[in-house]
Structures are given as structure tokens and as C-alpha cells.
Design a protein around this ligand. Structure first.
Ligand code: ADP
Ligand code: MG
Length: 257
């Protein structure tokens, strides 16, 4: 079975409105898949449901990660199993520094992988890895001691998310609309981070409205997502076609009143 498998996934809001209407998708290690769709098509809803956000209810279908059914698992349990989501709108956590946040996140994963017993990373090892990754991803050292996302620019938030991904080494990275509002330099860092990490240990799902980030990460598979469903799948050339033709050919024609 592929690393991540979605089987007829349906997702509704808490008021019962169905947003994701039956998605089948398999993403394996070594693969980058892109989901591209217009605003409001349900892309972020799909991402939140994958992560186990309680406001997004899976009404039908299953999510498999590493051959384990994680559909009923809570967000932290999915994270411990190696699912990672880079949010479209990362939240600030005042009072928690980037460094302490990263250390807690790593230790939570280590604890879960150690059968529930504490197995904290040694501070010198943590420091060494953190500094190396920060240099590699061009995250300024000054950011490490600041409160997470508090007053960060869009580019800084994204760099710190990629830093988090590099430190946590997830199995499956889901990046929701990571290109919006990023300058080219930040986009390169994000794309470079994803490209370096995708391999025999990791796969990635890049969710985006724009084709821009795909100029820096060439996806192996592209899926067009309209009105809660995948309506077409293809290779990287499909993203180019979307850049030219937009989503209009896939959307239902407006019926005049
Ligand atoms: N928490 C929420 N509360 C109310 N409506 C929501 C919520 N999340 C998503 N929606 C609605 O679901 C639809 C899909 O939104 P979203 O998943 O954000 O789409 P996309 O990411 O493709 O732009 C929209 O109509 C949006 O208003
Ligand atoms: Mg979105």
C-alpha cells in the first residue's frame, strides 16, 4: 500500500455541509503530488481533515498512513505517526519560542515512537541539528529565540515551518497553499526544503491555487480539484495546462437566473 492512501474521503463542516465529496488518492514515498484547484473548492478542508482538525468531520471513507487506518485518530496521534501539515495561515504562539516549540514537538514524536516513555533529545544534539538546519534553510538565528510566528513576516513563517519539517522528519508532508504571499527567495527555500526531504523516507502533497511553486518543485502527479472532488489527474504538464487555461473548463456553467 502507498504511504498515504485516501479512500472515498468525504468531509463535512460541523453544520453538516459537505465540502469534500469523495476523494481517492495515493501518495507514496519518493513522490510529490500537487492538488490544484480554485478558491473555495475545499483544498484547505481536505488538508485539515487529513491532519485530524476537529472542526472538519470525516463522514465517509478512510485515511491510511503506512498501512494503518488513522481515520479515527486525533491530530497529535497522526503527527506522531509522521503526518505533517504546513498551514495556509500559521498561528502565532505568544510565550513559546521557536526553539522550545521545536524541542517539544520533537520530544513528543520521540516519546510516541518509544512506546510512550520519555526519550528527550539531548540538548547538545538538538542545538547542533537546529543550527545546521537553520543555516541550510537561511533562517536567521535571531528568529530561534523569538515567540513562534509572533510578528513574523509571511516569508519568516514559511521558513520556520520548513525548519519544523526538517527537524521533525515527517513521513508525509502536506503543504497547504505555501506559495501565497511568498517572495521568490522564500519560495526557493520552501521548495528546496521539500525537494531535499522527499525521498525513500518521505512523500509530499502540495496543495495550491497557483502554479508558481510548481516552477520550483516539479510534481510527479498533478490532480485538479474542483467542488470537493478530483476531476482530472496527470503529470507535471497538467499544471502548465492549468496555468494557461485556468479552472473555468472544469467548473459547471453558471445557470442564468
Ligand atoms: N471552518 C469553516 N467554517 C465555515 N465554512 C468553512 C470553514 N472551512 C471551510 N469553509 C467553507 O468551505 C468551502 C471550502 O473552503 P476551503 O476548504 O478553505 O477551500 P480552498 O482552500 O480550496 O479555498 C468554502 O465555501 C468555505 O467558506
Ligand atoms: Mg485554502
Amino acid at each position: 500500500m502507498a504511504l498515504l492512501k485516501l479512500e472515498n474521503l468525504h468531509v463535512a463542516l460541523e453544520d453538516g455541509t459537505e465540502i469534500v465529496k469523495g476523494v481517492d488518492l495515493e501518495v507514496d514515498v519518493n513522490e510529490v503530488h500537487a492538488i490544484m484547484g480554485p478558491n473555495g473548492s475545499g483544498k484547505s478542508t481536505l488538508a485539515y481533515a487529513l491532519m485530524g482538525h476537529p472542526a472538519y468531520v470525516i463522514t465517509e471513507g478512510r485515511i491510511w498512513l503506512d498501512s494503518e487506518d488513522v481515520t479515527e485518530l486525533a491530530a497529535d496521534e497522526r503527527a506522531q505517526r509522521g503526518l505533517f501539515l504546513a498551514f495556509q495561515y500559521p498561528h502565532a504562539i505568544p510565550g513559546v519560542t521557536v526553539t522550545s516549540f521545536l524541542r517539544s514537538a520533537i520530544n513528543a514524536v520521540r516519546k510516541a515512537r518509544n512506546g510512550g516513555a520519555d526519550d528527550p533529545i539531548a540538548i547538545p544534539e538538538f542545538r547542533k541539528t537546529l543550527l545546521a538546519q537553520m543555516d541550510r534553510l537561511k533562517v536567521s538565528r535571531e528568529l530561534a529565540s523569538r515567540y513562534l510566528n509572533d510578528g513574523f513576516s509571511g516569508g519568516e513563517k514559511k521558513r520556520v515551518e520548513i525548519l519544523q519539517m526538517a527537524m521533525l522528519k515527517p513521513r508525509m508532508a502536506v503543504l497547504d497553499e505555501t506559495d501565497s504571499g511568498l517572495d521568490i527567495d522564500a519560495l526557493r527555500v520552501v521548495a528546496g526544503g521539500v525537494k531535499e526531504l522527499v525521498g525513500p523516507e518521505m512523500g509530499a502533497l502540495v496543495i495550491t491555487h497557483y502554479q508558481r511553486i510548481l516552477d520550483y518543485i516539479t510534481p510527479d502527479h498533478v490532480h485538479v480539484f474542483v467542488d470537493g472532488k478530483i476531476v482530472e489527474s496527470g503529470g507535471a504538464e497538467l499544471a502548465k495546462k492549468l496555468e494557461k487555461g485556468g479552472y473555468a473548463p472544469y467548473e459547471p456553467e453558471e445557470v442564468p437566473a
